[in-house]
Design a protein around this ligand. Sequence first.
Ligand SMILES: Nc1ncnc2c1ncn2[C@@H]1O[C@H](COP(=O)(O)OP(=O)(O)O)[C@@H](O)[C@H]1O
Ligand SMILES: [Mg+2]
Length: 290
Amino acid sequence: MSTTAPVLKATGLAKTFGAGESAVRAVDDVSLDVRPGELVLVKGPSGSGKTTLLSILGGLMRPSAGTVELKDSTLTSLGETALASVRAREIGFVFQAYNLLEALDVEDNVLFPARLVRGDFDQARARASALIERLDLHRRRHARPNALSGGEKQRVAVARALINDPPLILADEPTGNLDSQRGLEVAMILHDIARDDRRAIVIVTHDERIEDIADRILWLEDGRLRDRKAEPHEWIKDPVCGMRVDRWTAKLFASHEGKDYAFCTRRCLERFEANPKGFLNAPSQKTEAD
Ligand SMILES: Nc1ncnc2c1ncn2[C@@H]1O[C@H](COP(=O)(O)OP(=O)(O)O)[C@@H](O)[C@H]1O
Ligand SMILES: [Mg+2]
């Protein structure tokens, strides 16, 4: 696989918002490439620059510095019209909030990006039907988004992302609004799309439940990619529920008698704080190296 040319190649990307004192360097010297069939997960805490990076990779935002190459096009040197055209043909987007058009039914939502490109619309209809079958939406073909479950909405968004047969799929927190089961389903679908169709997929997320589907995990912190292999990667267990959390991405911490504990949710943190001793003798309180 390493001999195949990358679909996406980003070099030295940077993005600064604002100026002077209040300037925020949201993306800072990021380079990466993604090959056909490869699913890359970019993880990092909230505010680490994930959405900004993905928007630049997808030609939705111009970087302050650096280049993005997508197959034979250099997105960062295209004008708006050419960029919009490459975006429509070569990139499928999936967003956390689904971004479906409420006035359109499932089929017309899936077909929508096909209206933005030149081509045979009857063929697009046939592709939409096949995608609707593939994503198990055939019984919902004429439903409006507001009648769909979250998992169904995200499957519609995935079908829509595929309608123009793009080599690259970019997904921003695609499981962020879904429960564990539905989130995992959507993650598995994206995984299969990378494998079966040989598409390149980049998912940005802070959802640790979907790590297993990735070929590679990149870690973003304060806009920079970190080489986490060079650092000890510690998994720790939430002492309350026993769930595995990551010391690096966990957001909720408490100290008790000089030791730090991490929690998956505020609820676990609050239960711990109400009665630390009740949880500290549990066998789940154990630190393990990765
Ligand atoms: N349009 C914008 N204007 C100013 N600052 C922004 C803008 N978009 C993002 N930022 C800032 O850039 C940083 C990275 O944001 P973002 O890419 O949304 O992170 P993430 O998706 O990882 O949560 C944050 O500090 C955020 O406040
Ligand atoms: Mg984001």
